[in-house]
Design a binder for this molecule. Structure first.
Ligand code: ADP
Ligand code: MG
Ligand code: MG
Length: 883
């Protein structure tokens, strides 16, 4: 079998389409070679070797060794060097590369093949001792850390101690002799930590590194990441072995990263950072502040260090030429890694670049306008969930800003929160319902959970391509990076800046738009949506079939929903209108009443309030459908809870506290979710449903008069399990409609339908549809009742179910397609066979979840309804589902 694929010299055995076999990095290195771009030659050991390795007790296929040797010889023939040779040694990098880029995998090892002999040859060949020994000490540090598992800090301490003794401040202050003096110390550290010498044999080094890459596929960080992102363990990683090129050969050498378009704003410009006389990770590690690539960017940043455009004009022009080729070829924004060795540019990686939602929108729309992609493709280029980022607040320009520090605007949006200094604290605070800003010197993959939990991230070190910046942009979290004037003291849990010390729990605000760090909470503005957003949404609206409605009951929510393009209200939860101000008193009076007359008296007080709410809602939604759900939650939820509240209500109602307590005890339920709620309330106390129906119809008449555009109210009966149940409630509603028609002289158009949220209702949907004019799938309750899992109690065990792969996802977030989905499918089919063209929608939390929206499209629902802020997400997801 073929386990190894070579690339280099304008050709390759692989290509971009072979990501499954070669991993993303390997496939794109092959593709760039095929395009004739300057790529150092190398080879990829396939992901199938990884699979083999784990299927065979961590051993390799027998043919592998020979194939690797042959590939090494191929690379040697292209470079004119020999791996392990004492005169003219080939040095390589060993790089991991899964199908999707995956933090948690082994870090790259550079300069592999160096030992006490080959380092001398490297020095002779380059005519530069300092360069050679600098490379060697980098190699010992990296290899020891990544392959041998010896912590960085041992080497850093030795280096710092050496620098202190010599009075050096920068690494670049060290001469060849200094590195020569340090290397034995490094080797001594290895011996002490490991009990054996640093491996001098290049073959041993190579296989050690290859083994470390495959081994890292099963380390905890990688497993955790796969779990979070649904990547199967069976995919495996590839290993790339590639001839070294050197960015640390003096002032005409450099290393850098660049994007073909600005990953924050989407602007069409070469965007990135580079460092002269540096290698690999130096740019992202934040050791020195990187320099701008273009002169325009340098002017904008005000940096006093020259841009690449100025410092290395030829290599810069070559980069410009190549980025044009790559973007045309991949038809998407590229994230590139490159190295300049003595003025010559080498490409080391390209991939579709991560970007903010704002940039994703702009890039998609502009690529379509440039004719590189179609409008349909543009729609698929934006992750619906990522739109969330755009819907986040920004700082009010008129607000007072007490600026503590400036950093880099690493990821847009603004956020306020209490300071925490580590990720576990961030997670704990989030669980406790507090908002935090995670403050770190720099972040690493171990901080992912803290970054998830935080409102925003602030680092004191690192550039626009640092870990914190990249990850925050991906998550859509505001981030300010490299705020160098802030001193963080992890032990004391404080930060100090401009003579002020803030401690854990103090509130700060970060502005990811300009890099400011501000004291205290600052006033924010709601986002405004226009430009590319509107364009892409327009394209999406053209192709989507399902309508998108919002779950809303307040005027504010209804307006927000309309602004975001909602085409109606899919769920108005009337109980939310019951809690307001002094209404709750009337509600409590109703609940406490001994008899129907007492209830009716209380309901009469509620009627004008409900009616006024509906008039406002109908006026805002004029002309659009509004689905109103009758009172749903168990009555006892409205009762006063504390002793204090009890007395307050008793007094207001002129009832005794004893009576109140007695009634509360009567209403107590062991399992309220399955208790006296939903249409069961209307069955026992039809007068409640009657009052609500009257309020709705009278409001419809009134709003129709006001706006001239009558709404068509859709009255929805919750928690129905049988047709007779629905019929009873529907009878009251219809009678009320007739009464209001007669009183007002206005002909009212309306519909009565039901929620399908119990398995029995889904199964009996055929007969229920004889009475119901529409169905709305209440997938929160349907999930609870189909799975027998209480959503409020699921936290303690549901995590184990997803971790152990028993459930593919949290069924309360993404619809359980197999079970709940089948019930929906059955109900849709049986409902339609009774009443062809019956209107079908979904109003659970799932209505705003892209994966669930895809499912809704597949069963042909007419609309999804979700929270107002998710309306744009649903519009885009519905379009993608329709394509
Ligand atoms: P990651 O997946 O973390 O980006 P890479 O394998 O891309 O890791 O390696 C990180 C960096 O190491 C590259 O961006 C490049 O600067 C440097 N590097 C990797 N291979 C080589 C090489 N053959 N020659 C010079 N530098 C290299
Ligand atoms: Mg890389
Ligand atoms: Mg429900």
């Amino acid at each position: 079998a073929k386990w190894v694929y070579t690339f280099g010299d304008g050709r390759a055995e692989g290509e971009a389409g072979m990501k499954n076999l070669l991993g993303g990095k390997g496939a794109n290195l092959a593709e760039m070679s095929n395009l004739g771009l300057p790529v150092p030659p190398g080879f990829t050991i396939t992901t199938e070797v990884c699979t083999y390795y784990y299927d065979h007790g961590r051993s390799y296929p027998p043919e592998l060794k020979e194939q690797v040797e042959k590939a090494l010889a191929f690379v040697g023939s292209l470079t004119g060097r020999t791996f392990g040779d004492a005169e003219n040694p080939l040095l390589v990098s060993v790089r991991s590369g899964a199908r999707a880029s995956m933090p948690g995998m082994m870090d790259t090892v550079l300069n592999l093949g160096l030992n006490d002999l080959t380092v001398q040859a490297l020095a002779r060949g380059a005519g530069d001792e300092r360069f050679a020994y600098d490379s060697y000490r980098r190699f010992i540090t990296m290899y020891s850390n990544v392959v041998l598992g010896i912590d960085h800090h041992h080497f850093e301490e030795a280096l710092d101690a050496y620098k202190d003794r010599r009075g050096y401040s920068l690494d670049t202050d060290l001469s060849a002799d200094d590195w020569k003096a340090l290397i034995p110390r490094y080797k001594a550290i290895v011996e002490k930590e490991l009990g054996r010498a640093f491996p001098q044999d290049p073959q041993e080094q190579l296989w050690g590194a290859i083994g470390a890459v495959f081994g890292s596929w099963m380390n905890n960080r990688a497993i955790k990441y796969r779990e979070l992102h649904g990547i199967p363990a069976s995919w495996g990683t590839a290993v790339n072995v590639q001839a070294m090129v050197f960015g640390n050969m003096g002032e005409t050498s450099a290393t850098g990263v660049a994007f073909t378009r600005n990953p924050s704003t989407g602007e069409k410009e070469l965007y990135g950072e580079f460092l002269i006389n540096a290698q690999g990770e130096d740019v992202v590690a934040g050791i020195r502040t990187p320099q701008d690539i273009t002169e325009k960017a340098r002017q904008a940043s005000g940096s006093d260090k020259p841009s690449m455009e100025r410092a290395m004009p030829e290599a810069y022009r070559e980069l410009v030429r190549i980025y044009g080729i790559l973007e045309k070829h991949y038809r998407d924004m590229q994230d590139m890694e490159f190295t300049v060795e003595k003025g010559k540019l080498w490409m080391l990686q390209t991939r579709n670049g991560k970007r903010t939602a704002k940039a994703a929108l702009r890039i998609a729309v502009e690529l379509a306008s440039e004719g590189l992609i179609t409008q349909e493709e543009a729609i698929t280029r934006v992750e619906p969930a990522a739109l969330d980022q755009l819907l986040h607040p920004t700082i009010d320009p008129k607000a007072d800003r007490k600026i503590l520090a400036m950093g880099l605007p690493a990821s847009p949006g603004a956020a306020s929160g209490e300071i925490v200094f580590n990720s576990d604290d961030a997670e704990a605070a989030k669980k406790a319902g507090r908002k935090v800003i995670l403050v770190r010197i720099e972040t690493s993959p171990e901080d992912i959970h803290g970054m998830h939990a935080a409102e925003g991230i602030l680092t004191t070190r690192g550039g626009m391509t640092s870990h914190a910046a990249v990850v925050a942009r991906g998550m859509g979290k505001p981030c300010v990076s490299g705020a160098g004037s802030i001193r963080v003291d992890y032990n004391a849990q404080t930060l100090t800046v401009a003579g002020q010390t803030l401690k854990k729990g103090d509130v700060i605000t970060i502005d990811g738009a300009n890099g400011q760090v501000l004291l205290g909470q600052v006033k924010m503005l709601e986002p405004e949506l226009s430009g590319e957003f509107a364009t892409l949404m327009g394209w999406a609206d053209k192709v989507r079939r399902m309508k998108v409605r919002a779950n809303a009951e307040t005027p504010l929510d209804a307006r927000t929903a309309r602004n975001f393009g909602a085409e109606g209200i899919g769920l108005c939860r009337t109980e939310h209108m019951f809690f307001d101000g002094d209404r709750i008193v009337a509600v409590r009076e109703m609940i406490l009443a001994d008899d129907e007359a007492g209830r009716r008296a209380a309901l009469a007080k509620l009627l004008p309030m409900q009616r006024a709410d509906f008039v406002e809602l109908f006026s805002i939604m004029s002309g659009l459908p509004v689905t109103i759900r009758l009172l749903d939650p168990p009555l006892h939820e409205f009762l006063p809870h504390s002793e204090e509240e009890m007395q307050e209500v008793a007094k207001a109602m002129n009832a005794s506290v004893d009576k109140l307590r007695h009634r509360a005890r009567e209403l107590h339920e062991f399992n309220p979710m399955l208790g006296f709620r939903g249409c069961r309330l209307a069955v026992a106390y039809p007068e409640i449903a009657e009052m609500q129906a009257r309020a709705i119809f009278e409001a419809a008449v009134e709003a129709g008069r006001r706006t001239g555009q009558p709404v068509v109210p859709e009255i929805m009966v919750p928690l129905v399990m049988t047709k007779p149940e629905l019929d009873l409630v529907k009878g009251r509603i219809v009678a009320m409609a007739e009464a209001v028609k007669k009183e007002s002289g206005v002909d009212i158009t309306y519909q009565v339908g039901t929620m399908i949220e119990l398995p029995r209702a889904a199964l009996r949907a055929g007969e229920i549809a004889e009475s119901a004019e529409f169905f709305s799938f209440g997938t929160n309750d349907l999930t609870q009742t189909a799975l027998g899992i209480s959503r409020d109690d699921a936290a303690s065990f549901l995590g184990s179910y997803t971790q152990k792969g028993i459930l593919p996802a949290d069924p309360f977030v993404t619809i359980d397609q197999e079970g709940v989905g089948e019930l929906i499918g059955i109900a849709a089919e049986r409902g339609r066979s009774t009443r062809s063209g019956i209107k079908l929608g979904i109003c659970g939390e799932h209505g705003g979840d892209p994966a669930s929206i895809h499912f809704c499209e597949s069963v042909g629902l007419d609309y999804v309804s979700c929270s107002p802020y998710r309306v744009p997400i649903a519009r885009l997801a519905a379009a993608q589902a329709a394509l």
